[in-house]
Design a protein around this ligand. Structure first.
Ligand code: COA
Length: 376
């Protein structure tokens, strides 16, 4: 008889950039940009040829999203009203790429926490919403930097990349095609955020996370059983990024704002909350888990209002910080890494036998659930 392979989460890792931008700093920079733009275009504005830009506000950002600050890889250029984008020296091909570098940092922590030697890992999935380049794959570069044999590839499912990566890794283990798989999510979202767009300039932050998914037979005593995973995608134009190699075919529109992140935030909020709440409840039923008995929800970190509504629907009551921890207040929206940061920072206190849920949702639309139980 074939041995059964049962996937578990052995450990997680997190890399947080040192620099952080407060809402106050962000709004001061944005509003300077607005003043300069309006002054530069005063005549055209007076003639009704162009619309004046409107200022941003700290109060709006905090009330609408819950975000108070975000970490970034390069603070000064992002805050410079004449630049408003990340800047660093381009690296040579024989140097480690910046995206791979932060992925490696998070991965090393996950390996260390699992007491795992890189040589025992079979595969690396780089699961993130923005890859630095098409090839060679970021995952293969991370694999090489860590000294891992086997294979690696990149996968992009926007904000749900990490949960899609966890299910993919779990499936490799179930099938016996790998015993130890690193799912690395380096998110340098400051590169795709339009820092000049009032509607979204406050949303994103940079970070990297790693999740080590392994066969229970080799996992450390203290680990997380994966009780079940579920993935869902439903096409939506409400979150879009039209950046791509075919932009060269129409160079006249290469600098338009749609080549960066754009969204209809209100619509996303309204459509995603019921979709994800129902998905969680259906999956809990399939797994015969009482959703009201879930000890903790590690939800995607985009908006505190969304998380409040989803958690209420799942748990049957208003969730407190212990039941549904928030990290977006200091990290912003970190795309696929958000629910993993919450899990990484707020899971050590759970007791053996406690059940929780990692859940992501975002562009695509895409959503993923990973029900887990603490063991050891
Ligand atoms: N400062 C001040 N006012 C602002 C502003 C800013 N930076 N940005 C927008 N506003 C104004 C708008 O002009 C609008 O004014 P009006 O009512 O006079 O027309 C008002 O605030 C409301 O704007 P709206 O965009 O409808 O805000 P919102 O309450 O929907 O909040 C989001 C915006 C983005 C925070 C919120 O919709 C959200 O988080 N949605 C979910 C996003 C998500 O999950 N995305 C997936 C992740 S990738």
């Amino acid at each position: 008889m074939q041995p059964t392979h049962r996937p578990v989460i052995s450990a997680t890792g997190l890399f947080t950039p040192e620099e952080s931008i407060s809402n106050e700093e962000l709004v001061a920079s944005f509003n300077t940009y607005v003043e300069r733009f309006n002054a530069r275009n005063a005549e055209a504005i007076a003639a009704g040829e162009i619309e004046p830009l409107e200022p941003s506000s700290v109060e709006f950002i905090e009330k609408a999203s819950g975000i108070k600050a975000r970490h970034v890889m390069a603070k000064a250029p992002v805050l410079d009203p004449e630049i408003m984008a990340p800047r660093w020296a381009e690296r040579a091909n024989d140097e480690l790429s910046i995206l791979a570098e932060i992925g490696v940092k998070a991965a090393r922590e996950a390996l260390e926490r699992a007491g795992r030697d890189a040589a025992d890992v079979d595969a690396v999935l780089c699961a993130a919403s923005n890859m630095q380049r098409p090839y060679p794959a970021m995952a293969i570069e991370i694999q090489q930097a860590l000294g891992i044999e086997g294979f690696g590839f990149d996968m992009n499912v926007a904000c749900s990349s990490a949960t899609f990566g966890i299910q993919t890794a779990a499936d490799y283990i179930r099938a016996g095609n790998a015993r130890s798989v690193l799912v690395v999510s380096p998110e340098i979202t400051s590169g795709h955020l339009n820092w000049r767009d009032r509607d979204s300039h406050f949303i994103f932050g940079d970070v990297a996370t790693a999740v080590l998914v392994e066969d229970a037979a080799m996992a450390p005593v203290r680990h997380w059983d994966i009780l079940g995973t579920r993935l869902k995608t439903v096409f939506s134009n409400n979150i879009r990024n039209n950046f791509g190699f075919l932009n060269r075919a129409h160079p006249e529109t290469a600098d338009r704002p749609d080549k960066l992140f754009v969204q209809q935030g209100r619509k996303v909020f309204k459509e995603v909350v019921p979709m994800v709440s129902q998905m969680i409840l259906d999956e809990a039923e399939r797994l015969e888990i009482d959703p009201q008995g879930l000890r903790r929800l590690w939800l995607h970190q985009a908006n505190t209002g969304m998380n409040r509504l989803i958690a209420h629907r799942v748990l049957g009551h208003e969730a407190n910080e212990d039941e549904s921890p928030t990290v977006l207040d200091t990290y912003g929206n970190t795309s696929s890494a958000g629910s993993i940061i919450a899990f990484h920072l707020h899971s050590d206190d759970l007791a053996s036998g406690d059940t929780g849920l990692i859940c992501s949702f975002g562009a695509g639309y895409s959503a993923g659930t990973v029900f887990v139980r603490r063991i050891g």
